[in-house]
Design a binder for this molecule. Sequence first.
Ligand code: UGA
Length: 419
Amino acid sequence: MKIAVIGTGYVGLVTGVCLAEKDHRVVCVDNNEAKINQLLEGQCPIYEPGLRELMAKNRERLCYTTKLSDAVDFADVVYIAVGTPALPSGETDTTYLESVAEGLEECLPFNDYKVIVNKSTVPIGTGNWLKMLIGPGNYDVVSNPEFLREGSAIYDTFNPDRIVLGSDSERALGVMKRVYDQYDCPIITTDITSAEMIKYAANSFLATKISFINEIANICDRVGANIDEVAKGIGSDSRIGHKFLNSGLGWGGSCFPKDIASLIHTARDYGYAPRILEEVTNVNNAQKLLPVKKLQSYLGVLKGKTVGLLGLTFKPDTDDLRDAPSLVIAKELLRLGARVVAYDPVVQCVDDDDALDLKQSIDDVLSLSDAIILVTEWKEIVSYDYSNSNFSGVFVDGRNILRQQSSNFSNNGITYVGI
Ligand code: UGA
């Protein structure tokens, strides 16, 4: 089929490239000319494992443009995958979506039937609002929420647990089933509003699971129980499951924080106080600062000490720093008068943070630091042999990922501290 994808961020670009791999002809559109030029030269503007190779493999079926109307003229199905960041109030900023709607309003009335698919995570009700903004025309709107994770976006796109399609048009749903006819997973069809809610509820539930296990970890810490064993014990109950029960320094990223804030905002708009979601966020905010509290309890005053952060991105295998716990930790350490040095395998600079001293290697950070916080579990950071390094201070493992090696750490004079 002929498909246009508007927006070439993590969701848009991965969606476009993966649809091309499934034999569709795809035009990716972005109003950022520099990004489109990069794509036309075969470069990938984001760090996502496997994406550049898949782009190259499917270059015959993929093209890139800044001209929205050309892409819409070409396509039977038009995906919208533009950013929907959070405003300070928690409300979603739909400016990008509105400008896409304006563009569609201009070109849709003169075209054959199209399906407009919303893949951006949008406040509940946006599908219907889009129809209002675009106005009359020969098209239908479908909500098709995205469940891919950064870092494993391609695997997730090709191996979904389910595909959710929300629309009141049987014709549009029929077209979308053809788009996904090579996928071997359940297709759940709903009305638009329910599809939009599924996205928010899924992310909120996953974040709740993490905040829950972090709360249990904090109680374990006080009573002397081992959270890894507790997580294994409860995760073996098939009603609970093992996934998303890794305790650590909290969740971040471009999705969970903004989606939960947005759902809280919507709930309040409709007269409901979402107490669980609010506490899930509060637990997470406190969790991000837990490594600093641990350092204070081991080192006393942090003023004048050098603390090394290993890993800055909100999770491994991405270059995304949005709402990364590392930034909150660095800010708090700097406020307390510590010097902060850091290493991340892909981050070369941190906007607005001149005080964060980025180093080129783990060795550089270890040699300068009185204490280390392992923030992001990059493979390079996890597989490093700390017990044979020159470092011998406090090592806070913010992901509880090196606990098995803690006895080697103590042989080398390192004080290993888990969550
Ligand atoms: C999340 C969802 O998992 C995707 O299904 C969804 O499509 C995506 O948001 C989105 O809305 O676009 P993502 O933010 O890429 O994906 O990353 P996750 O792997 O879900 O991790 C989110 C955060 O939770 C990270 O900071 C991670 O370190 C943390 N986490 C995850 C834990 O602290 N413990 C865990 O057990 C799992």
